[in-house]
Design a binder for this molecule. Structure first.
Ligand SMILES: Nc1nc2c(ncn2[C@@H]2O[C@H](COP(=O)(O)OP(=O)(O)OP(=O)(O)O)[C@@H](O)[C@H]2O)c(=O)[nH]1
Ligand SMILES: [Mg+2]
Ligand SMILES: [Zn+2]
Length: 296
């Protein structure tokens, strides 16, 4: 039986890209019984109902390797977190939350600093260094001046990647550059007006030339990290891991404990002070939320 991948779902129809083109499929009743809703990104087996009109019926959803919540996409294996070197000012707390979220869901994260054409004084260097030190791949791009786009393409090749980040950082413009066409609306139109009107945005996988898929998302200004908890938070800072074993206390949370190797590494410049400071802030937010929950 033919198989493929769901590139989008609209009004009960699922569009399945297969070797033999795209089929418009309906889901069979069994999925509703099993409470399995087919998602964009799902790899599926389907039957062909009409080979000419390319209509089919979904028979089976194959196991998902990952499940992203917002937007709901299955089998994503890479998050491209985009910030702008300038305009808008980088929201590094948002970036860190996105990174923690992707570590927690076992997804590779890559950071893309876009609009470097605006950063003539190289003000982005601190950000570049902090996140490279943390072990992340950091790309520097400019859609305007065509810088770094080949590198970005190489990173996207053969994977399912979701682009995420603040509104206006240039996610859709980057995707259009990578695709060589204007598939995405850019500028203020894409985010603000559409969202203000509550236009439904379908989450769509877009196939790229070299193989692989990309998903654009509307920018957001805030992001809630759910279900992580303050105790586990430190596990999602890759740059902490090589120091943690040297803390005096095994349950060290790297805040006020004596002989903390993480704090020492910050003092020695091995861990970015900014990243550590935002860890402390996030920890405090989680603590507050957890304390409130227990009081209820
Ligand atoms: N100077 C400069 N401007 C850019 C660059 N990339 C995008 N822009 C501009 O930044 C603005 C926002 O770009 P978009 O691609 O719509 O940003 P977005 O991240 O998709 O925004 P949302 O869809 O709202 O989340 C547009 O006016 C683009 O022309 C760049 O590399 N350099
Ligand atoms: Mg956009
Ligand atoms: Zn410690």
């Amino acid at each position: 039986m033919p198989s493929g991948i769901i590139t989008k779902g609209i009004g009960g129809f699922y569009y399945v890209s297969s070797e033999d083109g795209t089929y418009e499929c309906k889901a069979r009743g069994i999925f509703r019984k099993n409470e399995m809703t087919p998602l964009t990104g799902d790899r599926v087996v389907f039957s062909i109902l009409d080979p000419v009109l390319k209509k089919g019926s979904l028979d089976q959803i194959l196991d998902r390797s990952s499940l992203l919540d917002r937007p709901a996409v299955a089998n994503v294996n890479q998050l491209i977190t985009v910030i702008a070197a300038k305009t808008p000012e980088p929201d590094l707390m948002l970036l860190d939350k996105l990174l923690v979220n992707s570590e927690a869901s076992g997804m590779r994260a890559v950071i893309c600093i876009n609009k470097i054409d605006l950063d003539v004084q190289d003000e982005r260097r601190d950000i570049y260094n902090a996140y490279s030190c943390a072990g992340y791949r950091v790309l520097e791009t400019s859609s305007m001046e065509n810088i770094g786009l080949e590198e970005l393409k190489a990173v996207l090749k053969g994977r399912i990647s979701v682009f995420a980040g603040q509104s206006g950082v240039g996610k859709s413009t980057l995707l259009n550059m990578v695709m060589n066409t204007m598939v995405m609306k850019t500028g203020t139109l894409s985010g603000k007006i559409e969202r203000g009107k509550h236009t439904t945005r379908h989450t769509e996988l877009i196939e790229i030339e070299d193989g692989g898929y990309v998903v654009d998302t509307p920018g957001f200004s805030s992001f809630e990290l759910a279900g992580i908890g303050r105790i586990n938070l430190q596990r999602y800072y890759p740059e902490f891991s090589e120091h943690i074993h040297a803390c005096r206390f095994s349950g060290c949370s790297h805040l006020n404990e004596p002989d903390c190797a993480v704090k020492q590494a910050v003092a020695d410049g091995l861990i970015s002070g900014g990243r550590y400071g935002r860890y402390v802030d996030l920890f405090a937010v989680f603590k507050l939320e957890e304390d409130m929950k227990y009081k209820k």
